[in-house]
Design a protein around this ligand. Sequence first.
Ligand code: APR
Length: 181
Amino acid sequence: MGRPRIVVVEGDITVQPVDAVVNAANEHLAGGGGVDGAIHRAAGAAELHAACAALGGCPPGDAKATPGFRLPARWIIHTVGPRWRGGGRGEREVLASCYRRSLAVAEELGARSIAFPAIATGAYGYPPEEAAEVAVGTLLTTLSRLEEIRLVAFDRATADRYRRLLTRSPRPPEAGGQPGR
Ligand code: APR
């Protein structure tokens, strides 16, 4: 277990050359707009819809995998973010859990690289600055066998936010190990 390299990329998650891409899905895994719609279209809507239907939904904060079908990625990890309801309803913990559970599922699959969109910051209304803090904070403090994590920002402001947070937060030392790695 170690700390994967974290890379910020501005662009479209559906074209990322990684082992697994994360989808910001809904509890029914029924497809939708935003990044969910883009992933369904690029992967092949009919096949992905059928694979999602077989999973029986997914609660907020959890993650489940399907094949990537026509994506460059071998797997899609569907996670369900919190609907923002003011911040006092456990939204932060649910969002952190999305990142942790997606990493855990990716590891179980044997993935070495993963790409995340800015989960919950679109239709689900999570304030983008706070969401970026949760994303970066959780990823920096979760040990994993993965080698690379891509934070895929769909716009410049999101990419800048991630870069600023990553520059500001030096990596914590390895548990019991040497600092600076
Ligand atoms: N690549 C990367 N990021 C993208 C892409 C893309 N192709 N398309 C959209 N995004 C970004 C948006 O800019 C936003 O910052 O993904 C982020 C998440 O927004 P949403 O896709 O709206 O996801 P979320 O807020 O988690 O809402 C989930 O929306 O599409 C439905 O079925 C989905 O009901 C669920 C809800």
